[in-house]
Structure formats: C-alpha cells, structure tokens
Design a protein around this ligand. Structure first.
Ligand SMILES: Nc1ncnc2c1ncn2[C@@H]1O[C@H](COP(=O)(O)OP(=O)(O)OP(=O)(O)O)[C@@H](O)[C@H]1O
Ligand SMILES: *[C@@H]1O[C@H](CO)[C@@H](O)[C@H](O)[C@H]1NC(C)=O
Ligand SMILES: *[C@@H]1O[C@H](CO)[C@@H](O)[C@H](O)[C@H]1NC(C)=O
Ligand SMILES: *[C@@H]1O[C@H](CO)[C@@H](O)[C@H](O)[C@H]1NC(C)=O
Length: 449
C-alpha cells in the first residue's frame, strides 16, 4: 500500500466521478483482442453504466446536494475517515470474505475497531472471471465497481439497519489499478444456528429490525430498493442490532414490462404474479421480493418457534401473510408493532397474585451464584436459568410450576422490550446485600420434599 499513490478527500471524489463519466479501456491493452475480451469489456461498461445510472438517480433524488459524492468538497470529510486514517490502522485481522469482497478488522489511531472491506482478488468472483477472460486487471476493475457502488449506496442509505460507513479510500482513481477500501462499523456474522438457541425475545428483535429495514428500503428517497442477494450472510450484528453490510447487489429499478406476464416473481418454492403498471413497470416487485426473502430466510426460522403462546395466533398470521405475500411491508410492520405492543403489555398476564403469595420477599439482596444449578431453555445464561418476565407474579408462576425451583432473584437488568430479568435457582445460596435486587423464596410450607 505504501507504494501506491494515495489521493484523499475532495480531490478523489471529483476524480472518481470524472473517471466514471469518461470511461477508459478496461486494461492497458487498448485493443480488443478477442471475443472474450470484448465480452469482458462489455461487462465492465455495463457495470460502469449501472453505477452511473445509480449516481444520476441520486442526483434526481431529494437532498441530492448532501447525498452526492462531491459532498466531500463541502467540508464533510471532517466527519468521514479517509486514506490517511487507513495508514494508521494497526492489528489487521481477517474477519470474513465472500465471492467478491474481503473483510479485515483493524484498530484506528483513536483505539476504535473498524471493518475494512476491499476487493477479494483471490475470491471466486475475480478468479472465475480471470479463468474466463484471462484479464486480471479487467476482472479486478469489474469487482471494484461493485465495491464502489456499495460505498456510494452506503453513503446514501442512512438507517439503523444499514451498516454505518465511517469512510472510504480511493487509490489510483485514474489508473487501471484503481482501488477502493470501505471503512465500516465492525460487526459479527449472523450465526443462524446460535440464534435458534436464543430466547424468542432476541429472535423477534432481529425479525423486527429486518422489517424496519425493509420498510425503509421500500420507501427510500431513491425509490423502492430490492436486495437481489438476500441471505443471512449479507447481515451482521452490531451490539445485537441487525445491519445489512453487503448491498452491492441492491437495485432500485423495478422491472420494465408490457404485460403482467413479464412481472412474475420467481423463487425456488413459489411463484408470484405482480401487476404491470400503466407506466410499464412491475411496480411493487422490489418490495415483494424483499419481503418473501425475509419470510423464507428469517421468519420461518426465527419467528414462531418457542414464542409465548399468547402471541402464536398473531405470529401465525404474519407467517401466513408474508409467506403468501398478501401483506405489503407497511402491513407487515404494523403487524410486528402489534405483537411488540402485546408482548410489552404482559400479554394479559394474570393481574391477580396467585403464585406470588407463596413466596417471601427479601429486598436488597441477591443470591451468590453457583455453577451447578438447574437449567432451563432457552435461558439468557448458559449455566443456569435466566428468563425475562413481565413482573414478579409471572416469575413466581414459572418457579411454582418447576419442581426444581426454590427461589428467584429479580435485579435491575431489563431486556430490550423493558421486561425484567429473573434468575431461578434451586440449591441453597448465600444471600449477598445488593440494593438493586430482591430475592423471592418459596415459603417452607410450599417446598415439596
Ligand atoms: N462490517 C462488518 N463487520 C464484520 N464482518 C463483516 C462486515 N462486513 C462484512 N463482514 C463479513 O465479511 C463477509 C464478506 O462480506 P460481503 O458479504 O460484503 O462480501 P461478498 O463478497 O459480497 O459476499 P457474498 O459472496 O456473500 O456476496 C460477510 O459474509 C461477513 O461475514
Ligand atoms: C395461509 O393460510 C391459507 C388458508 O388457511 C393456506 O391455504 C395457505 O397455504 C397458508 N399459507 C402459508 C404460506 O402458510
Ligand atoms: C407505506 O408507509 C409509508 C410511510 O410510512 C408511506 O409513505 C407509503 O405511502 C405507504 N405505502 C403504502 C403502499 O401504503
Ligand atoms: C459464593 O460461593 C462460592 C462457593 O460456591 C464461594 O467460593 C464464594 O466466596 C461465594 N461468594 C460470596 C460473595 O460469598
């Protein structure tokens, strides 16, 4: 990296726009030698056209002054990281890669960790292209366009469900070995298997965040955006929040059509018919594509399983309506918000204290934790039994119905929905003073031998 010319900030933004507007040949060989090379050349021109179309649609969009690349000229570079910051990054470590891109993490001068995304030269995308066209430089530049598009999109789409772009670095932007590095908020991969073992409340949060993101994408200032490549590996978690990180395959164009037949939306398991509008577009197809993908890759795995019984009917409605695409994203969001409201209300949990009367309350204490207590599933901790509850009555009900449970502790910790965390125990523990905590012990008359 040291030997490359590094251009920063405003200059680069302008140069990169110019280099896009005045296309140059894909590689140093300015003569198209073979069919194959011509094909690659066409592909590069096409991706360049795609990026240009995208940039011009940004220009047309509202608030374009702020959105467009030359925004840097207007002094916004102060808040964004650039090439110089990149030279001070230490502790580079591989975190992941896909077909096209390679991601490392590193530490900035200020000690903050970030993710660095660049083109994966040894990845499938580039190697397959090289095998096919025999032009490494051309193939890399094709992949670079994808990352360039992603950076541009990330600068435009600001939403809690979209990974934050901290900055970017364009190197050699006029040379054939143009390089792009995106500096992103660091996340961790979405592990579906692990998620399946987490409490329902956490899985619901992921689904709700996804729905919020899709609602934003469907109503974005650039029109309705579809994520063509939509799988869990396109997402990461940042502080347990779901964020999309791979958006080079996003499109904001809806298919052109002459008749409804041109608008079929196909998935391996289902095919949907979409209307061809008067204007000759399959209006709504992007929103529908996202929603069905959310259903098949997220909801079916995360939503219904081990949900509170009182919510099951609502969840089944959501599953049915998204699986059949009878809801749009707005209705889906509304349905999710209703589930959340009901969940937060305690789901009409008993207001009368049926179970709590069997417990003695010891305020200002917690119990010394031991490692071998009884377990429940799915618990918030792996060594014991920690569950979220609406109130102490709900905790008492759980404890009374579980023969192993003799006491429970409620502290000040709350889950994201505001529910209390309760820890259930069986063996005798030492009481430890703790002003933020209270212990409920089964009255001796209620302890079964
Ligand atoms: N901000 C991030 N923080 C942590 N890891 C990340 C981040 N962004 C991406 N990754 C990891 O790097 C991998 C590759 O990134 P990305 O999905 O953008 O590349 P890709 O080549 O487009 O992948 P694919 O082949 O899935 O399309 C991701 O699957 C993810 O695990
Ligand atoms: C939704 O419910 C209808 C009627 O019960 C049923 O025919 C259909 O298969 C369901 N769809 C999904 C995706 O579950
Ligand atoms: C969906 O909601 C957004 C605002 O939240 C609104 O602008 C849009 O028109 C709604 N779409 C439909 C199809 O109702
Ligand atoms: C908690 O119990 C363990 C043994 O189970 C003991 O070693 C530890 O000192 C106890 N902690 C307190 C604060 O009493």
């Amino acid at each position: 990296m040291k030997n490359t010319i590094i251009l920063c900030g405003a200059a680069v933004s302008v140069l990169s726009v110019f280099s896009l507007l005045f296309p140059r040949p894909p590689s140093r060989k300015s003569f198209v030698r073979s069919e194959r090379q011509a094909e690659l050349h066409r592909e590069i021109l096409e991706s360049r056209r795609d990026l240009l179309l995208f940039l011009s649609s940004l220009l047309e969009g509202s608030g374009a002054d702020e959105l467009l690349l030359p925004g840097d000229i207007m002094g916004r570079t102060g808040t964004l990281l650039g090439c110089e910051d990149l030279t001070y990054v230490t502790g580079l470590q591989y975190v992941g890669s896909g077909f096209t891109k390679l991601v490392h993490k590193g530490t900035l001068r200020n000690g903050k960790e970030i993710a660095l995304k660049s083109v994966h030269n040894e990845g499938n995308d580039v190697t397959r292209c090289v095998r096919r066209y025999g032009d490494p430089a051309g193939c890399r530049s094709l992949a670079t366009y994808k990352l360039h598009k992603e950076v541009t999109l990330l600068r435009t789409l600001r939403h809690p469900g979209v990974i934050t772009l901290h900055g970017h670095c364009y190197e050699n932007s006029l040379a054939p070995n143009f390089r792009v590095t995106a500096m992103l908020e660091l996340g961790s991969p979405l592990e579906m298997i692990q998620l399946l073992q987490t409490p329902w409340e956490k899985r619901f949060k992921i689904c709700l965040e996804l729905v919020n993101l899709l609602h934003y994408l469907a109503n974005s200032p650039m029109g309705s955006i579809a994520l063509l490549d939509f799988q869990p590996r396109q997402f990461v978690l940042v502080d347990e929040n779901l964020k999309v990180t791979d958006i080079d395959d996003a499109t904001m164009e809806e298919l052109e059509c002459n008749t409804d037949k041109d608008c079929t939306l196909e998935f391996p398991s289902r095919t949907f018919a979409v209307r061809c509008s008067r204007a000759g577009r399959c209006t709504g197809i992007n929103e529908k594509r996202n929603l069905f993908n959310a259903y098949r890759f997220f909801f079916t795995y995360l939503l219904p399983h081990a949900a509170p019984p009182a919510l099951q009917p609502l969840l089944l409605d959501i599953m049915n309506a998204t699986g059949d695409l009878s809801y749009g994203i707005n209705e889906t969001l509304e349905a999710f918000q209703n589930v959340l409201k009901l969940y937060k209300s305690g789901m009409n949990h008993q207001r009368r204290l049926l179970y709590l009367k069997d417990y003695m309350l010891i305020e200002g204490y917690r119990l010394n934790e031991t490692n071998d207590d009884f377990r429940c599933w799915p618990s918030y901790n792996h060594r014991g039994c920690a569950l979220s509850v609406h109130n102490s009555e709900e905790a008492a009900e759980f404890c009374s119905k579980n023969p192993n449970c003799h006491h429970f502790v409620i502290g000040h910790q709350r889950t994201w929905t505001g529910r209390l965390m309760a820890t259930f125990t069986s063996s005798a523990h030492k009481l430890i003073p703790d002003a933020n905590s209270r212990v409920y012990m089964k009255k001796p008359s209620n302890l079964k031998k």
